[in-house]
Design a protein around this ligand. Structure first.
Ligand SMILES: *Cc1c(COP(=O)(O)O)cnc(C)c1O
Length: 353
């Protein structure tokens, strides 16, 4: 090692899913198969007349988007924080809230970015094994810790736990910050937002990438008590004041405004997901009950890694991790009904069914 390398921060980075730049059936990174709300297109056209405004910095407070989200969720503007995708919001949360000598807790099978941020910021952590059905064991989170984070529904398992479960973890962790990553909540059930008034140490993160069809815009947000949002903003303004560009702010507001379109899209995806679950079951796949816009499937007679490769060869991308506990599983994003039909046509042929 060269002398100057000794003091370089070294991290093992997060590995994102493949983003092929050619046309494939893309069921590998949980994007939405439907376009953003129609209002976004109007805003794009309007943008053409605003080129001159790009000379100027954007609003550092992101007030327009913060206000739209505060209205939508019926919370105060001082309870909303926005960032460049929820990855940015979560990274800022790790930096701001997880500064204990005690380890933070999160599940062993979960969003793999948690471990990367913990390593990056030198935060001690302990992974709590999910049970044999991939369920989070809430009792594992009762011990002393420096903070807790878990997604609900969890990824890549797509398992949703009800509010009672979430509240039990909060009740046992009132002296640390608890982050509930609700990237997929709109496909699942009740949000932990209902618990905000009761728990000042709760922070909920959500994203425009999945249910709101805007992964390409990079918008995420956190909702919490004014106290936590203030700490989060202090850290953000010590790092980068202008995280949200003007375009993201404008398109983001349009997407939030159109509740009807949003609910239509979510309903369509949920219907396709539930139909797809029936198809997978018919073909002999096993999987936990899906509550996100994706399914976590395994087949007793077929090697998941081989199936993943065969699918890719056929131009159908899904996600596979050659990793302990989950190497028999593939994660399949719910696409359009037509895309899913093509997937099942391929699987039937592959399995001679
Ligand atoms: C997709 C995802 C995110 C991050 O999404 P962004 O595109 O950065 O908003 C965060 N957590 C989980 C569990 C996810 O699946």
């Amino acid at each position: 090692m060269k002398e100057f390398e000794k003091n370089i921060r070294r991290v093992e980075p997060y590995v994102p899913g493949e983003q092929p730049q050619t046309k494939v059936i893309k069921l590998n990174t949980n994007e939405n198969p439907y376009p953003p709300a129609p209002g976004v297109l109007c805003a794009m056209k309007e943008m053409e007349t605003q080129m001159d405004s790009l000379r100027l910095y954007p609003d550092p407070t992101s007030d327009s988007l913060v206000s739209a989200l505060a209205d939508y969720y019926q919370v105060g503007k001082d309870q909303v924080f926005v960032g460049v995708g929820s990855d940015d919001v979560l990274a800022m949360c790790f930096l701001t809230f997880f500064n204990s000598e005690k380890p933070i807790f999160f599940p062993d099978i979960t969003y793999s970015f948690y471990k990367v941020w913990a390593d990056l910021y030198r935060i001690p952590y302990e992974c709590k094994p999910v049970d044999e059905n991939f369920r989070i064991r809430k009792e594992d989170y009762y011990g002393e810790n420096g903070g807790v984070i878990f997604p609900n529904p969890n990824a890549p398992t797509s398992i949703y736990e009800n509010l009672e479960f979430v509240e039990d973890i909060l009740q046992h962790n009132q002296d640390v910050i608890v982050i509930v990553d609700e990237a997929y909540i709109d496909f699942a059930g009740e949000s932990a937002m209902a618990l905000l008034d009761k728990y000042e140490n709760l922070i909920i993160t959500q994203t425009f990438s999945k249910a709101r069809s805007m992964a390409g815009m990079r918008i995420g947000y956190a909702i919490a008590s004014p106290l936590l949002i203030k700490y989060l903003n202090d850290a953000k303004y010590s790092f980068n004041s202008y995280t949200m560009n003007k375009t993201s702010l404008v398109y983001g507001v349009e997407a939030v405004k159109d509740k009807v379109y949003f609910e239509e899209v979510v309903d369509k995806i949920v219907a396709t997901r539930d139909w797809a679950a029936g198809q997978f079951a018919e073909l002999g796949f096993v999987f936990p009950k899906p509550s996100g816009n994706f399914l976590f499937v395994s087949h007793p007679d077929y090697d998941a890694g081989e199936l993943f490769c065969a699918l890719k060869e056929a131009g159908i991308y899904v996600r596979y991790w050659n990793q302990e506990r989950i190497r028999d599983y593939m994660r399949v994003t719910v696409g359009t009904r037509k895309e899913m039909e093509e997937l099942f046509a391929f699987l039937r042929k592959y399995m001679n069914k």
